[in-house]
Design a protein around this ligand. Structure first.
Ligand SMILES: NC(=O)c1ccc[n+]([C@@H]2O[C@H](COP(=O)([O-])OP(=O)(O)OC[C@H]3O[C@@H](n4cnc5c(N)ncnc54)[C@H](OP(=O)(O)O)[C@@H]3O)[C@@H](O)[C@H]2O)c1
Length: 516
């Protein structure tokens, strides 16, 4: 993983362009939502912050007829809407837009790829037609065909000249067999090392902070094990409901939408062993090892350790929301989960016996992501007479969003002549310390893909191991209708069954902290 310069440093115009190869970024799905909303704004900001290669081209590929000039105009309109910095800088845009081109074509048409090849060659520099980042902003069902076509047309080669990379977005399948099929299609004509699978969660600054925090601080890492940790809670809560994505959600559910990818990614970063280096393979080897150490779940284990939930009508932030079964394109008797809570065990020396609780859900009281490391309580000797026999245990909370930072919870004496102990908190906030720095996840990810660093991308075995876990849970749920204890009102923290899950070992969920 490369350590990025801060914008403060690069904004000074210190000629700080990385030594990145000249290359062309080919976007399949150029007229789509992802391109306008995320990809072009990300590339524009990288250009503005002088992070792009000194020479590059962006070439969009889609069916709709338009000229380069028309596409540039459309992208500029979209940028005005979606840019994270406003207003858009006209001069920077003008310089950036000179590098943008459009290629009309159908993904299934051989001739279109020949035309694409000609357009790339016409840039007149071998690097711009050999170093190619193919971005798949299209449906996964089209990936295999496109890989074959770019290979057939000579644009994608396994062993040079130049480099070619395939950047693909989740979903990477909907279960293990479909993920294996997709992976097979992607690697028929490319090495695995040429495939960059994006989980945009990994592009978030705060998720990367987990690695930095863990492995650059000796005081915490030596407590990071079963000797000191009682249990760990990972919460990713969403205040929004499924809205107009009912159709998609009926096929996905919280397990496929959030747990299989984002939450297992966070878990693997939190719990993995130190990698031998920050090289992509070293980090990803440790993440896979961790996922493989998660204890397999039989259907009986699923019944005891995994909870699903579904919201019924209720108020979120004072606004009434319909129940999930009343949402558009949702079956009135749907058993799809809008909430999931898991108790997982990691069978390795570091974590043996430590429960990892994961929960995620829609229509919860607030949108927040955090990891809480709950330490073991003190032996109950000194303060029992004065303070009762249960002092709060120490906890370290990594706040991933909002108010990214770290909080340490410990006990402090209440000032005064009597002996009173009260839990207190120490907060660290990235914003307060470093100033607001909020690059979009796609900026980081695109830059890493251009640089060829795969650390923040998901490797094939990671995807497949994560699907094995998700599939075992689905198998346990199969054919079972939701019970009363699995429904929760919109605007609450989830079903009672999720509280029952923690109560088995005397634990309780902690609400994510919002630091004002
Ligand atoms: N939108 C997001 O924020 C987002 C976020 C994460 C992941 N994704 C994933 O990214 C992918 C694209 O999403 P999207 O929202 O951008 O979809 P979209 O708005 O429907 O765009 C699809 C693009 O594919 C092109 N296309 C489709 N069939 C084609 C064909 N036969 N030949 C040439 N071009 C074709 C369309 O262009 P023409 O109609 O002009 O041909 C259009 O540019 C999806 O897999 C989605 O799951 C999207």
């Amino acid at each position: 993983m490369r350590i990025l310069n801060s914008p403060a440093k690069t904004a000074g115009g210190n000629g700080d362009r990385k030594n990145l190869d000249a290359c062309s970024i080919v976007i399949f799905g150029a007229s789509g939502d992802l391109t306008a909303r995320k990809l072009i704004p990300a590339l524009y900001h990288l250009f503005k912050e002088k992070q792009m290669p000194a020479m590059f081209r962006v070439i969009g590929f889609a069916r709709r007829e338009k000229t380069d000039a028309q596409w540039r105009t459309e992208l500029r309109t979209a940028l005005d809407q979606f840019s994270r910095t406003k207003p858009v800088d006209d001069k920077v845009w003008a310089a950036f837009a000179e590098n943008i081109f459009y290629c009309v074509g159908d993904l299934t048409d051989d001739a279109a790829y020949a035309k694409l090849g000609k357009q790339l060659a016409a840039f007149g520099n071998p690097a711009l037609s050999e170093n190619l980042l193919f971005y798949f902003a299209i449906s996964p069902s089209q990936f295999g065909g496109v890989v074959e076509q770019v290979h057939k047309s000579g644009l994608l080669k396994k062993d040079g000249p130049g480099w070619q990379r395939l950047v693909v977005e989740k979903p990477f399948g909907h279960d293990l067999p479909s993920a294996q099929k997709l992976n097979h299609e992607l690697t028929r004509f490319a090495h695995e090392s040429q495939v960059f699978r994006i989980d945009h969660y990994l592009g978030k600054e705060t998720v990367q902070n987990i690695l930095m925090f863990r492995f650059s601080n000796s005081i915490f890492e030596r407590l990071w094990n079963r000797e000191s940790v009682d249990h760990i809670q990972i919460t990713v809560s969403e205040k929004i409901g499924v809205g107009d994505r009912g159709g998609y959600y009926e096929e996905a559910g919280a397990l496929r939408d959030m747990v299989q990818n984002h939450m297992l990614q966070v878990l693997s970063l939190i719990a993995m062993e130190p990698p031998v280096s920050l090289e992509a393979e070293a980090v990803r080897n440790e993440k896979v090892k961790l996922l493989q150490s998660i204890r397999a779940l039989t259907p009986e284990d699923v019944a005891k350790q995994i909870v699903r939930g579904q919201y019924f009508a209720g108020a979120v932030g004072g606004q009434m929301r319909p129940g999930y079964r009343q949402e558009v394109k949702v079956k009135p008797d749907s058993n799809v989960e809008t909430f999931a809570a898991l108790k997982l065990f990691i069978d390795n020396w570091r974590w043996s016996g430590v429960p990892f609780y994961l929960r995620t859900g829609k229509n919860l009281p607030l949108s927040a992501s955090e990891v809480r490391i709950q330490f073991r309580p003190t032996p109950n000797v000194l303060f029992a007479a004065q303070c009762g026999n249960k002092l709060d245990a120490n906890a370290l909370t990594l706040r991933l969003q909002p108010n990214e930072g770290i909080s340490l919870h410990f006990n402090g004496k209440v000032p005064g002549t009597t002996i009173g102990v009260r839990p207190v908190r120490m907060h660290f906030s990235y914003d307060a310390e470093f100033g607001a720095y909020t690059p979009e996840a796609y900026e980081r990810l695109l830059l890493e893909a251009i640089a060829g660093d795969a650390t923040l991308f998901i490797r094939r075995d990671e995807v497949e191991t994560a699907w094995k876990i998700a599939d075992s849970i689905r198998t346990g749920w199969e054919g079972k209708a939701l019970t009363n204890r699995e429904f929760y009102g919109a605007g609450t923290w989830g079903p009672i069954a999720a509280d029952d899950l923690l109560a088995q070992l005397g634990h309780v969920w902690h609400e994510p902290q919002v630091i004002k």
